[in-house]
Write a protein that binds this ligand. Structure first.
Ligand code: NBP
Length: 492
């Protein structure tokens, strides 16, 4: 922390970093920055109140306040470096425009909001024209992470990393091995792309945990508090993660007003801010099957249509109530099914990053990505070390779940996984993430798929042609008439 005073007092550019946007994320990030040795933080917010409030609440941070973009630019030492933490979308564009008018070539503008990566690509291109560096940085960990140490996924030009790297390393979460959870992900939109997939994986992980809870509760009759103990126990093994840990806390919580488990008084309609949908939309464009993430996103949508759910509530399910004979054995099966499905969800997510990197020309180190998610972010887990190991051993691994550690876990867990999906299906308990993950597993490992029949159908109605297993070329069958096969003309 510096003991220098504001430039409005003496006209000197004293801050090495600035934050624009002082709502919950920006103010916490500014406090985090100010608490690190060597940082002096300039702050600016569109409406003056938030700036004054932050100054009043945290004199220890010795912020350098600015009340105009000109004052903000004047308070920053060169190259000027500013992190924008405003509402994603039009607000971000407005702030970038204002900063480009007061910054100079070589300065750095960082967008730390949740921007769509294609917006970041567009913005980076436009800002580059001015000679200013633009960095889209995914920041994960919510308000607590912003204050104490988030996982940071910056994209942007390599040269910006020279100035920005040490600053971001100073505020990032620290993994158990001492490594800061930040790396230069790749150029332009790479950072926001990776943050988007992080959030998609988070959706899948949360849905899988919710399905595990539902199956145990309905299959064994255990109370939320008893299931909290099960999750706490799971958190000591291979499932150890922040999401499992907080699930135990949520399930243990009792509602003060009613005395009932809080989970039973929370309305069962899950919200979403859109990053799950972006992950799935992008995966569809890239042709990457992220079925676990997609089902998790759809499960939230399904839950949020009360009028449809009410209309469908009279449709029949299985006649008999679901109650397992051996509760302990079933719970262990669910644990194994959860781990297997989780491996699939992460494998699919990393597949999307691999495909995105190929499409957009980013050189993304997948092992480094798994490492920066080990602390600070919502999906932080022990398990991510295994992903780092897998990519360290085989950097061009085509499918993450085929790495030895994961293949062994799937081999030993698959019987339990199938039993759980069968039980859920027979009991009429929705388990879209469990069952779609298993279907992906069976699809990707299959020797032969019915895609051959789909190709036949496509050729029948649309002359879309097909390839054969026994000779090269592209073929079309004359389906009416004598049904002979001809080699399609566009093959050579
Ligand atoms: P919000 O997303 O609620 O945005 C509020 C801030 O945006 C205020 O400072 C507001 O200024 C400013 N702003 C707006 Br709105 N339009 C503006 C404009 N045209 N020009 C200048 N400033 C403008 O804040 P947040 O929840 O702190 O989140 C900040 C960013 O971080 C978002 O992109 C969010 O998606 C991302 N993020 C949030 C979380 C989280 O847990 N909340 C986690 C990870 C990432 P005002 O005070 O003058 O209205």
């Amino acid at each position: 922390m510096s003991d220098t005073s504001a430039p409005s007092d003496n006209g000197v550019a004293v801050a090495n970093i600035g934050v624009v946007g002082l709502a919950v994320m920006g103010s916490n990030l500014a406090r985090n920055l100010a608490s690190r040795e060597g940082n002096t933080v300039a702050i600016y917010n569109r409406s003056r109140e938030k700036t004054d409030q932050l100054l009043a609440d945290h004199p220890e941070a010795q912020f350098v306040p600015a009340y105009s973009y000109e004052e903000f630019a004047a308070s920053l030492a060169k190259p000027r470096t500013a992190i924008i933490m405003v509402k994603a979308g039009a607000g971000t564009d407005a702030v970038i425009q204002a900063l480009t008018e007061v910054f100079e070539p070589g300065d750095i503008i960082v967008d730390g909001g949740n921007a769509l990566f294609t917006d970041t690509i567009r913005r980076e291109k436009a800002v580059r024209e001015t000679g200013i560096n633009f960095v889209g940085a995914g920041i994960s960990g919510g308000e607590e992470g912003a204050l104490t140490g988030p996982s940071i996924m910056p994209g942007g030009p390599e040269e910006s990393w020279v100035t920005l790297g040490p600053i971001l390393r100073s505020i990032a979460a620290v993994a158990p091995d001492g490594e800061p959870c930040v790396t230069h992900v790749g150029t332009d939109g790479a950072g926001h792309f990776v943050k988007m997939v992080h959030n998609g994986i988070e959706y899948a992980d949360m849905q899988l945990i919710a399905e595990a809870y539902d199956l145990i509760r309905r299959g064994t009759g255990k109370t939320p508090a008893e299931i909290a103990d099960i999750f706490a126990e799971w958190n000591t093994g291979e499932l150890e993660s922040y999401l499992i840990e907080i699930t135990a806390e949520v399930l243990r919580q009792v509602d003060a007003a009613t005395g009932r488990p809080l989970v039973d008084v929370i309305l069962d309609q899950a919200g979403a801010k859109g990053t799950g949908a972006w992950t799935v939309q992008t995966a569809l464009s890239l042709g990457v099957p992220v079925s676990g993430i997609a089902e998790a996103t759809f499960a939230r949508s399904l839950s949020s249509h009360p009028e449809q759910r009410e209309a469908a509530a009279s449709l029949p399910g299985p006649d008999e109530d679901f109650r397992v004979a051996d509760a302990d054995a079933f719970i262990e099966d669910v644990r194994q099914a959860l781990f297997a499905s989780k491996i699939v969800a992460y494998s699919q997510g990393f597949d999307e990053i691999r495909a995105g990197a190929a499409e957009y020309g980013w050189n993304i180190d997948l092992g480094a990505i798994s490492k920066i998610w080990r602390a600070g972010c919502i999906i932080r887990a022990q398990f991510l070390n295994r992903i780092a190991d897998a990519y360290a051993e085989t950097p061009d691994l085509p499918v993450l779940m085929t790495a030895p550690y994961f293949a062994e876990a799937l081999t030993s867990g698959q019987a339990a996984w199938r039993r759980v999906v069968v039980a859920a299906t027979q009991a009429g308990i929705p388990s879209p993430a469990f069952s779609s993950s298993l279907a992906y597993y069976d699809g990707i490992r299959a020797d032969r798929l019915p895609a051959a029949l789909v190709q036949g159908q496509r050729d029948f109605f649309g002359a879309h042609t097909y390839k054969r297993i026994d000779k090269p070329g592209t073929f079309h069958t004359l389906w009416s008439g004598d049904r002979t096969e001809i080699e399609a003309e566009d093959t050579h």
